[in-house]
Design a protein around this ligand. Structure first.
Ligand SMILES: NC(=O)C1=CN([C@@H]2O[C@H](COP(=O)(O)OP(=O)(O)OC[C@H]3O[C@@H](n4cnc5c(N)ncnc54)[C@H](OP(=O)(O)O)[C@@H]3O)[C@@H](O)[C@H]2O)[C@@H](O)CC1
Ligand SMILES: Nc1ncnc2c1ncn2[C@@H]1O[C@H](COP(=O)(O)OP(=O)(O)O)[C@@H](O)[C@H]1O
Ligand SMILES: [K+]
Length: 561
């Protein structure tokens, strides 16, 4: 899994690399600039005029492409601006016509950025931010392509983007992109590290300037993958596409410091109050079944259903648990629903579980090793049976009604939870169980780094004392100990079709099935989230929840190689 690094962690790694003597800050900035230029040409090879010129001579750009290659670099007051000055110089060296507009005070630039400011000043003029709106340089050249490089703010963004028109230049900042794209017909926008206005730790929107391509360094940051509130994709929309460029920090003398534990130590978790999150990627070969094993080697999952007319959700979950490889799956139904369920299932087993006593009795069978409560269950049944499930100390998924049933007094749930439990709330359920944490998450951000979904999920998991999978296009999974993973169904893994009734029930079933197979709770949640999205992507538009378990074998087959 790749680590997602907060701004503080990134600074600490950079600092450690510099202190080790292997690299200087100036070298890192140069590599960052080179990485951006490389990424631009990889994304748009047609821009790479130098490599098209066989003789290696500085080309006549107009001659080669019929168009001038022009770039406008917007440089800010920190090291992000410093990277921008490097990019400006490198493009200039490749024959581009480059203009740099600087927002800030040269005297106050950090040292490495200042050096690159001076280097650019020796080549061309640094134009002030205020000149941005009065220039009309390209008006007469409708043909020209303009590349706009956003090097205003990166990981150092601490507050809303300046919009206060009382400051002469600040009023132009938010309109700068629009100005270039609409008025000047600019073709491509590239953001260095982050589109300015996106909070790197949370993805929250501080007045983001959207871009076509975002080039970040060493490792992606949570803000590249976290979706903002209420369907507003915030950082993800603004970034559009994220490319990570190596700047050699991995080769610096960091020892094993890129491991999660070492990073926590390096940044001092207490001081910054955060730990590393990882990005969930393809689960490995754990999913294989071995031929010499029999069905009991893969566990026996029990999914409890609701009453008559309410059994569909549990059946979906059960089908998911079976398809993901649980050896046996039993649906625990109230007697009144037995008939309804019996005529709808084949490979699934059925057991009458009418009340707490019946459930306790059923759980005397020690082979039943994973439980799922919630989908379609009804509040009353959930309040009665959840305590029984938790007392049994088995691996247990609590979803839907098993969460909402405790919204009036979440503490009565929390005090029973243990480390074998996975809670799978969507936004509404999360807010019912953790109202204060949800309020903090949804409060309009005022200063960066802002409180993120990673922070919220970790806080919830710590309070609940178990694994929490907080659903969404950005699903965040945290363990009680604070380890955290982000599963992002965004960019080339977008799966909007998953927003369909019952898909969460299937996810609960997938997790339960993996728990039955012996996966640790967090690993089960991460792998299930990944497979869930793969299923949706393999099916595509028109997906309904029933399709998810049915297409899973195809995905598992591909993983088997
Ligand atoms: N770490 C690494 O390994 C590497 C880092 N690298 C690069 O460095 C970047 C981080 O640089 P950075 O820390 O200097 O922060 P940056 O984003 O330039 O902004 C800070 C400046 O902006 C100001 N400011 C903030 N918000 C503002 C607002 N809303 N409105 C107005 N002003 C605002 C803030 O002012 P202050 O808050 O101090 O008043 C300060 O002056 C990183 O993104 C990457 O590109 C690479 O070179 C490779 C190696
Ligand atoms: N836009 C989206 N992109 C990717 N996944 C999504 C999106 N919207 C919802 N999901 C996923 O779909 C599932 C919906 O679950 P849930 O809200 O519990 O719905 P239901 O109760 O109808 O099953 C979750 O796993 C969630 O992460
Ligand atoms: K930027």
């Amino acid at each position: 899994m790749s680590e997602l690094l907060t701004a503080a962690q990134m600074r600490a790694i950079e600092q450690a690399a510099i202190e080790s003597g292997d690299v200087t800050g100036l070298e890192l900035m140069e590599r960052a600039g080179q990485g951006v230029v490389e990424a631009i040409f990889e994304e748009w090879p047609e821009f790479d005029c130098v490599s098209q010129d066989a003789g290696g001579q500085p080309p006549d750009l107009r001659h080669i492409s019929g168009q001038m290659k022009r770039a406008v670099v917007l440089c800010g007051p920190g090291n992000n601006g410093g990277d921008g000055f490097v990019v400006a110089r490198l493009l200039h060296e490749r024959g581009w016509q480059v203009e740099v507009f600087f927002y800030g005070d040269a005297e106050k630039l950090p040292p490495d950025a200042r050096v690159n400011y001076e280097r650019w000043s020796a080549l061309r003029e640094v134009m002030s931010w205020g000149d941005l709106h009065i220039r009309d340089a390209y008006e007469d050249d409708e043909e020209c392509q303009i590349l706009v490089i956003d090097a205003l703010f990166g990981t150092g963004l601490t507050r809303m983007m300046p919009t206060d028109t009382s400051e002469m230049w600040s009023g132009f900042m938010p309109s700068a992109m629009a100005h270039y794209s609409q008025v000047r017909g600019a073709d491509k926008f590239v953001a260095i590290d982050f589109p300015s206005g996106v909070c790197s730790d949370s993805g929250k929107d501080f007045g983001a300037l959207p871009t076509h391509l975002t080039v970040t360094f060493h490792s992606a940051k949570p803000g590249h993958y976290l979706v903002s509130d209420g369907g507003n994709y915030g950082g993800v929309t603004a970034c559009n596409k994220v490319v990570v460029k190596d700047i050699g920090l991995g080769h610096a003398d960091l020892g094993d410091r890129t491991s999660r534990e070492a990073l926590v130590a390096l940044t001092g978790e207490k001081r910054i109050g955060r730990v590393v999150a990882s990005l969930v990627e393809s689960p490995s070969a754990y999913l294989e079944k071995w031929s010499e094993e029999h069905k009991f080697s893969h566990g026996h999952a029990v999914i409890l259903s609701g009453g008559p007319g309410k059994t569909g959700a549990a059946r979906l979950a059960a089908r998911g648990a079976l398809r993901i490889g649980a050896g046996l799956v039993t649906l625990g139904v109230p007697p009144a629903a037995q008939q309804e369920v019996a005529c709808q299932i084949t490979a699934l087993m059925l057991q009458r579980v009418g009340d707490a006593q019946a459930f306790e009795k059923a759980l005397e069978d020690q082979r039943l090793n994973a439980l799922c409560l919630g989908p379609g269950m009804g509040f009353e049944r959930a309040r009665e049976l959840v305590p029984v499930a938790l007392r049994s100390r088995r691996a247990t998924v609590l979803d839907a009604d098993a969460l909402s049933a405790f919204s009036e007094d979440p503490e009565t749930l929390f005090e029973r939870l243990h480390e074998q439990v996975v809670l799978t709330p969507h936004g509404g359920e999360f807010a019912r169980l953790f109202p204060d944490i949800a309020a903090q998450l949804h409060a309009p951000p005022t200063k960066g780094p802002a409180y993120s979904k990673v922070d919220a999920t970790r806080a919830a998991a710590a309070r609940a004392g178990c694994t929490v999978l907080f659903k969404g296009a950005d699903t965040v999974i945290a363990s009680a100990e604070g380890t955290c993973a982000v599963h992002a169904a965004v960019y080339d893994r977008a799966a909007p079709w998953l927003a369909t009734a019952g898909s969460g029930d299937v996810l609960a079933g997938f997790i339960t099935g993996l728990l039955a197979r012996g996966f640790a709770p967090k690993m089960a949640a991460e792998s299930a989230a990944w497979l869930h999205v793969e299923c949706a992507r393999a099916f595509g538009p028109g997906l309904i929840a029933e399709d998810l378990p049915e297409i899973l074998p195809k995905i598992l087959h591909k993983l088997d190689g």
